[in-house]
Structures are given as structure tokens and as C-alpha cells.
Design a protein around this ligand. Structure first.
Ligand code: ADP
Length: 158
């Protein structure tokens, strides 16, 4: 059976932290689906189409990574996609506490889906989409935190 993981997130925008987790997770799974979760309660800086497009550009030559958006529970999306794993990154103890609760709740909802955590690369543990958004909204240069291939497009999108 193929080992399929869903990497859920907002990717608003994708950062070098996300890229690092994905590269490190590739040897662990046969296929990774990047799932852009659509939460109607959440405000995003970048439209869904842009967030999808940037990920498609970044992984256009990686057949083992696909990109989709979804609504509803992540475990239900996993079930639809026959994914046995959820992939998440952990940067800090606050990430850990949050992820622990979500993962344990997900186990109650669906015992067939296991969450796999990768610890952030120490040099990237301060990188987050929210920092990138703050920098951009305040007119700064977020180039150091965004993949080079899409940096210009992210800058021009605002
Ligand atoms: P969410 O809003 O669901 O947290 P994000 O797009 O912010 O969505 O993050 C998606 C996943 O990527 C999360 O598991 C997050 O912890 C992980 N992640 C984000 N930045 C980093 C980083 N610098 N290092 C490791 N993991 C990261």
C-alpha cells in the first residue's frame, strides 16, 4: 500500500520553513498532498488561487507532491484521498501544545490517520507565514523567508 501523507496548512504564503519540512518528508512517504485548508472564519492575506499557484510552481518537477485545497475536517480530507498520515512541523513548545491537542482530537475522529511531526530545522524555527505577512504589510523585504522562485511574485501580489 502506498504511504500517502497530507500536509495541511494555510500557506499564506508558502515559506522556506514549509519547503524544508516537505523536502525532509519526501523520503518518508510515497506521496505528499499539500492540502490548503479553506476556513471561512479565517482571513487570508493572499487569495487561494495565488497560494495554490505558488505551490504548483515550486513543485512542478516533483511528481510525488500534489497540491489541492479542501474544506472541512482534515481527517475527512485524508479519508477521501486514502491518506494514512498527516504531516505537521513543530517550531516551538507552543506549536507542540497546539499540535498535540489537534492530533489527539484527530485520533478520536479517525483512528486510521496518524500524525507525523518533524521538528523545525533550528535555523528555520523563527520562519512563519505570519512573520512574512507582517513584513510585507509593513513595507519590508521578506525575501529571506520566501522561496526564491516565487519571491518576486509574492512581492508583486501586494
Ligand atoms: P496552519 O495555519 O495550519 O498552521 P501554516 O501554513 O502556517 O498553516 O503551517 C503549515 C504547517 O507547516 C504547520 O505544521 C507548521 O507548523 C509548519 N511550519 C510552518 N513554518 C515552519 C517552519 N519554519 N519550520 C517547520 N515547520 C513549519
Amino acid at each position: 500500500m502506498k504511504r500517502i501523507a497530507v500536509f495541511p496548512g494555510s500557506f499564506d504564503p508558502v515559506t522556506i520553513g514549509h519547503m524544508d519540512i516537505l523536502q525532509r518528508a519526501l523520503p518518508l512517504f510515497d506521496h505528499i498532498i499539500i492540502g490548503i485548508g479553506i476556513n471561512s472564519q479565517k482571513q487570508y492575506l493572499f487569495p487561494l488561487e495565488k497560494r495554490l499557484h505558488w505551490l504548483q510552481v515550486l513543485f512542478q518537477h516533483e511528481p510525488r507532491i500534489s497540491i489541492e485545497s479542501y474544506t472541512g475536517l482534515t481527517v475527512n480530507f485524508c479519508e477521501q484521498k486514502s491518506a494514512q498520515f498527516i504531516l505537521r512541523g513543530i517550531r516551538s513548545s507552543s506549536d507542540f501544545e497546539f499540535e498535540k491537542a489537534v492530533s489527539q482530537a484527530n485520533r478520536v475522529l479517525n483512528r486510521r490517520v496518524e500524525t507525523v511531526f518533524l521538528l523545525a530545522n533550528p535555523s528555520l524555527s523563527i520562519v512563519s507565514s505570519s512573520i512574512v505577512r507582517d513584513i510585507i504589510l509593513n513595507g519590508g523585504d521578506a525575501a529571506a523567508f520566501v522561496p526564491e522562485e516565487i519571491e518576486q511574485s509574492v512581492r508583486l501580489a501586494r
